[in-house]
Design a protein around this ligand. Structure first.
Ligand code: PEP
Ligand code: MN
Length: 476
């Protein structure tokens, strides 16, 4: 659309735009039946929780807090088990504590979890080892990883809803039950750190952290909002790729004025014209499948369906920004998604690659600085640094990941800007998918415990290494 007033937004206005990474189902009526069931399901998160995250991301954008976002590339339904969820929570909490200490500011934690099922793919097809061409795996909410099971199945959308619900529920009860106390650093085992100098450095940080926590406990400061050590917020996020599903969990919510409640329908019925009947000025649309959703690097076309959908929801949103994003295009993306110029409304998740960041990030920062937008600048050091090991495993090197983060910090500083967060593909488990880090994993170690269905993740130790590394960079 040309400049001027934007066309009216509705939860399904995205359908009139070109859709990238669309899924074609054989049975359209089965899809409709599933979507109407999801539309009638209760929400997975609440609008006040989303509003709270919006406030916190404003703090991040304005330099008063730091963002840590992390989790699997692709969640599998099998990861919905107590151990995997506890492991993920544990690493995110431990990393955040190291970062709170290193940055001397609160850390906002967002997990790629409880809905990170759909995957964009560079090709719709892949070849099997015996030369057959089959549909690519698109994530557990579309088809199965098993080559025999690649036909898109609408019932998987319902399964995704229930797996997300069970995951969110378990996270909530762990946090409510005091699981956050696990982030007490004196219990951390640093035995995996092979290099004795690095181990000593980590131990020094852990000792200082333990001392600080002990001191704050002694003076009764642990109830303080800024430190919030005994209870923590952990928000849920995913790439909102399958817009039919996202629309089914997009709900109209009365603005928080008591008199509004009665005038606003609680749910959106696709069969009824929404805005006409809902006193639009009294309501906001929220995606209640997650607190934070993001648009992938492959689906962020200015005139595309995803940008159209995202502009209408109140949730804070992310946009992946890779080397193919033009600087003027980035400004247009912000104009569309952040017309009210709200700090932290948009998180720009940049992912160029360690060898490309110096070529692209400065122009992106400079273009945004000329506007009144105040996005969160977040570094995804994973997606531009994926390589293939001689064994054929998709991998990433810890050194390249750290290099993209440190270049990112420096480039922002040089331009009078500030890196305010990191977005990482990680797991709390002891997998061998990325090389390097304090365990010094090499290409020949990859087959030992390579589990990912999609991109390689930092393991527990490497994730903690990243947190220590960032804390050190910011400390000095
Ligand atoms: C992802 O985050 O898993 C992903 C596909 O990233 P990008 O859109 O940046 O390629
Ligand atoms: Mn990925």
């Amino acid at each position: 659309m040309s400049e001027g007033a934007p066309s009216p937004w509705t939860p399904d206005s995205w359908k009139s735009k070109p859709i990238k990474q669309d899924v074609i189902y054989d049975d359209a009526s089965e899809l409709e039946t599933v979507l109407s069931r999801v539309t009638n399901m209760p929400p997975l998160v609440s609008s006040p929780e989303i509003d709270r995250l919006r406030e916190q991301l404003k703090d991040v954008a304005e330099g008063r807090a730091f963002l840590l976002q992390g989790g699997d590339c692709a969640e599998s339904f099998d990861y919905c088990n107590p151990q995997a969820i506890e492991d993920k929570l544990k690493i995110l909490l431990q990393m955040s504590l190291v970062l709170v200490w290193g940055m001397r500011m609160p850390v906002v934690r967002i997990a790629r979890m409880a809905g990170q099922y759909a995957k964009p793919r560079s090709s719709a097809y892949e070849k099997t080892s015996d030369g057959k061409t089959i549909l690519s795996y698109r994530g557990d909410n579309v088809n199965g990883i098993d080559p025999e099971n690649r036909k898109p199945d609408p019932q998987r959308l319902l399964a995704a809803y229930f797996h997300s619900a069970a995951t969110v529920n378990y996270v909530r009860l762990l946090l409510a039950g005091g699981f956050a106390d696990l982030h007490r650093p004196e219990a951390w085992d640093l035995g995996h750190v092979r290099n004795t100098d690095i181990r000593k450095e980590y131990q020094t940080i852990v000792n200082r952290l333990t001392d600080s926590l002990g001191f704050m406990g002694t003076i009764g400061a642990t109830e303080d909002k800024a430190t919030a050590l005994n209870t923590v917020d952990l928000y849920m996020s995913h790439e909102a790729l399958l817009l039919d599903y996202e629309q089914a969990l997009t709900r109209s919510v009365a603005k928080p004025l008591p008199t509004n409640r009665a005038k606003c329908s609680a749910t959106y019925e696709p069969s009824t014209p929404p805005r006409d009947t809902l006193a639009p000025e009294l309501c906001d649309w929220y995606n209640l499948s997650a607190h934070f959703i993001w648009i992938g690097d492959r689906t962020r076309q200015l005139n595309g369906a995803h940008i159209e959908y995202f502009r209408g929801v109140k949730n804070p949103i992310g946009v992946k920004v890779g080397p193919t994003m033009e600087a003027e295009e980035l400004v247009r993306v912000l104009d569309i998604l952040d017309p009210l110029l709200e700090s932290g409304r948009v998180t720009l998740i940049t992912r160029y690659g360690a060898d490309k960041i110096a070529q692209y990030l400065p122009a992106h920062i400079a273009a945004v600085q000329k506007t009144q937008h105040k996005p969160v600048w977040c570094c995804d050091p994973c997606h531009g640094n994926t390589t293939t090991a001689p064994s054929g495993h998709k991998t990433r090197s810890f050194e390249a990941i750290v290099s993209e983060i440190t270049s990112n910090i420096t480039i922002h500083l040089e331009l009078g800007s500030r890196l305010s967060g990191v977005h990482l593909e990680l797991t709390g488990e002891h997998v061998t998918e990325c090389t390097g880090g304090s365990q010094e994993l090499s290409h020949s170690d990859l087959p030992t415990n390579y589990q990912t269905f999609c991109d390689p993740r930092l393991n527990y130790e490497q994730s903690l290494d990243i947190a220590f590394t960032i804390a050190k960079v910011f400390e000095y």
